[in-house]
Design a protein around this ligand. Structure first.
Ligand code: GDP
Length: 423
């Protein structure tokens, strides 16, 4: 039975947490498939605001089994802290399942990221410094430590010996730092392992059996398509793969189960950190979007760059992921603009493009082709049906749908669960 993939179609922060929470009612499983504790979801429901960094957004609903799949990198200290906090707020977190194959973020990943980013100076990527990039790098280099390694002390020590031989030389001789101590890591991580024992599972098998038993599984992406390691604005990208195809690789089942691929799209665009952003509004309009949309990172507090809606990015996301529908978020933020700009195409290198140009140089110099449409004055937070939106807001939504070639199924007019209008 069906799997649904939900992912961000821009540079992340599209409001995926709320969208996943909205859809989760009909789900039995919610699965995080990539990233680490750099993602930050905010969910407001039943009068509570929850910030999630690692735990899937289905955690609010007691009937859901939440899964952290193979392709996520996990800092066990952070996961335990998040579980403790959620538990203290009255949620039952005992059902969370963590894949045996997930890679662990280790103390030397944090140390190394801190020092390497510092030495890069102005070329630093502006990462969150949570050890996520270095953990993914070790995974690819096959020197990573996985969740399952924590349950075999001999193996854990052997693997640490191998990896620390190199890491400590780099830390001490290249970066002039103190070495990390294997003994301390073993002691700490065996402690985390004990506390996580009841959560650890063969999640691939669990999801396979669930799908065959007719259960509904939602695969939840972090970040967004434009931050994808391959398809994003490399090197200003995340170190994992948010696109829909990877959801299956990480969860460990085949594409025949997938029924819906839902793209979460903000009614304007934001991005954090460096890199091309053709529709960026470096003026009062951008500031207004940032202020009204509270565009500061959930996890980092960093101010996000803001700009007008970019149909090229949407078409690119539709193409890469095979989107079957869209959830449009934060339409309410655009109230009060006299007119709204929408990028309907790019000009770059003497050509025109209807999605993202094939190389970075062209993308850097891409000039938006604008259309300007009428705005609306009314605040939208209290509107409860699409038909009750101002006609200019309805027309804006229909125009984005037409530009992207993908149906919009829900429009968000505020952060709360009830501020979601089905179409
Ligand atoms: P995510 O990582 O994609 O889940 O995005 P974030 O949680 O970082 O950012 C989304 C923010 O927008 C959160 O604070 C949400 O509560 C909020 N949000 C989500 N949907 C809407 C909406 O339709 N309108 C408004 N005003 N805020 C929204």
């Amino acid at each position: 039975m069906p799997a649904t993939i939900v992912l961000g179609t821009q540079w992340g922060d599209e409001g995926k947490g709320k969208a996943v929470d909205y859809l989760a009612d009909r789900m039995d499983f919610v699965v995080r498939y990539q990233g680490g504790n750099n993602a930050g979801h905010t969910i407001i429901a039943e009068g509570r605001e929850l910030k999630l960094n690692l735990v899937p957004s289905g955690i609010l609903l007691p009937h859901i089994t939440n899964v952290i799949a193979d392709g996520v990198v996990v800092d066990p200290r952070v996961l335990l802290r998040e579980l403790d906090e959620l538990g203290a707020s009255g949620l039952d977190v005992s059902g969370l399942r963590l894949s045996l194959n997930a890679h662990l973020i280790m103390p030397y990943h944090l140390e190394l990221e801190k020092v390497t980013q510092r030495y890069l100076g102005k070329n630093a990527l502006g990462t969150t410094k949570r050890g996520i990039g270095p953990a993914y790098a070790d995974r690819a280099a096959r020197v990573g430590i996985r969740v399952q390694d924590l349950y075999d002390e001999k193996i854990l020590r052997e693997k640490l010996d191998v990896v620390l031989w190199e890491k400590n030389r780099v830390l001490t001789k290249v970066y002039n730092q103190l070495p990390v101590q294997a003994e301390q890591i073993v002691e700490d991580y065996l402690g985390y392992a004990e506390r996580l024992r009841s959560h650890v599972a063969d999640t691939g098998r669990l999801l396979h059996d669930a799908l065959n038993a007719g259960k509904n599984v939602m695969l939840e992406g972090a970040q967004g398509v434009m931050l994808d390691l391959d398809h994003g604005t490399y090197p200003f990208v995340t170190s994992s793969t948010p696109v829909a195809g990877y959801a299956l690789a990480s969860a460990g089942f085949g594409p025949q189960h997938v029924e819906r691929v839902i793209g979460i799209t903000k009614a304007y665009v934001t991005r954090v950190g460096s890199g091309p952003f053709p529709t960026e509004a470096l003026d009062a309009d951008g500031d207004r979007m940032g202020d009204r949309g509270h565009e500061f990172g959930t996890t980092t507090g960093r101010k996000r760059r803001c700009g007008w809606f970019d149909a090229n990015v949407l078409r690119y996301a539709a193409r890469l992921n095979g989107l079957t529908e869209l959830i449009l978020t934060k339409l309410d933020v655009l109230s009060g603009f006299e007119t709204l700009k929408i990028c309907v195409g790019y000009r770059a290198g003497g050509d025109t493009y209807d999605d993202v140009p094939p190389n970075q140089t062209l993308f850097h110099e891409a000039e938006p082709v604008w259309e300007e449409v009428p705005g609306w004055g009314d605040e939208l937070g209290d509107v409860r049906s699409f038909e009750d939106l101002p006609k200019e807001a309805q027309a804006y939504v229909r125009f984005l749908e037409e530009l992207g070639g993908v149906r919009i199924s829900v429009v968000g007019v505020g952060p709360a669960r009830e501020q979601s209008l089905p179409l």
